[in-house]
Design a protein around this ligand. Structure first.
Ligand SMILES: [Zn+2]
Length: 221
C-alpha cells in the first residue's frame, strides 16, 4: 500500500471511530436523562406540601363521632377554630378542631378512630386530659383529647382499625390527673404530619372533618 493510501485509510478509521464514540455519548446522555436530578424535576415546596396533605386525605375513613342509632338529639357541631386563641397554660393558638356535644354529658358519645393505625400514646396530659394518639399507616398522628374514659387498656403498638371505639367523649384536662369540668364536653381532634426526621406539622382538621361529615358510622347510644 502506498503511503498516501495508508494515511487516507487511517483518517477514515479515525473519523469512523469518532462517529461511534459520539453516537455512544448521545445514547448515554439519553439513558441518564431523568435519573440525574435537575432543576426541573426537583419537587417544589408546594408539591411537597401537597403530597404530604394527600397522605392525610387518602387515609380518612370515618368521622370520629358516630351517629346515635337511638337519640336524634345527640349531635355534634364544630367550626373552624384553627389558631384561635387559647389561654390555659399560657397564651397559645388552637391546633385542632373541637367537636362540641349537644348533650353536655361526659361519657355519653363514643369516639372512634378515623383511620387505621396503631396506638402511640394513651394516658393523661395536663392540657389534653385522657387522650389517645393514633399513628396512621401513612405515618400521620391523630390526637383525640379530653376523653371521659377509654374503650380498652390501650398500650403503645396496639393496632386499631378505622371505626374502632377508642373511648368516650368527655371534659377531662386543664389540670392535674383526673381534672374534669373546666369546659363543656367535647372532642378535641388534632392532626400532625411528619416533617423531616423529628419535626411535625399541625394541620387544620376542619376541612377533613367537613369531608368526613357524610361518612359516619351508627352506634347504639
Ligand atoms: Zn380544642
Amino acid at each position: 500500500m502506498n503511503p498516501i493510501r495508508k494515511i487516507a485509510c487511517y483518517l477514515i478509521l479515525v473519523l469512523l471511530l469518532n462517529c461511534v464514540v459520539q453516537g455512544e455519548m448521545i445514547w448515554l446522555e439519553e439513558l441518564l436523562e431523568g435519573q440525574i436530578p435537575s432543576e426541573q424535576n426537583t419537587k417544589s415546596e408546594f408539591e411537597i406540601y401537597r403530597d404530604t396533605m394527600e397522605l392525610v386525605w387518602e387515609e380518612l375513613i370515618w368521622f370520629p363521632v358516630p351517629l346515635s342509632g337511638t337519640n336524634e338529639q345527640a349531635t355534634v357541631a364544630f367550626e373552624n377554630s384553627w389558631m384561635a386563641e387559647r389561654n390555659y397554660g399560657g397564651k397559645r393558638s388552637h391546633e385542632g378542631t373541637d367537636l362540641m356535644a349537644s348533650i353536655d354529658e361526659s361519657g355519653y358519645y363514643p369516639v372512634v378512630s378515623i383511620t387505621d393505625g396503631v396506638i402511640e400514646q394513651a394516658g393523661w396530659l395536663e392540657k389534653g386530659g385522657w387522650r389517645v394518639g393514633v399513628r396512621s399507616g401513612n405515618g400521620n398522628y391523630y390526637y383525640y383529647a379530653h376523653l371521659a374514659s377509654y374503650a380498652g387498656e390501650w398500650e403503645t403498638g396496639d393496632p386499631v382499625h378505622a371505626g374502632d371505639l377508642l373511648g368516650y367523649m368527655g371534659d377531662t384536662g386543664y389540670g392535674p390527673e383526673g381534672t374534669t369540668g373546666q369546659f363543656p364536653v367535647h372532642l378535641h381532634l388534632g392532626i400532625y404530619v411528619p416533617l423531616g426526621a423529628d419535626q411535625e406539622l399541625a394541620v387544620n382538621p376542619y376541612w377533613m372533618l367537613k369531608y368526613l361529615e357524610n361518612k359516619k358510622l351508627t352506634y347504639s347510644y
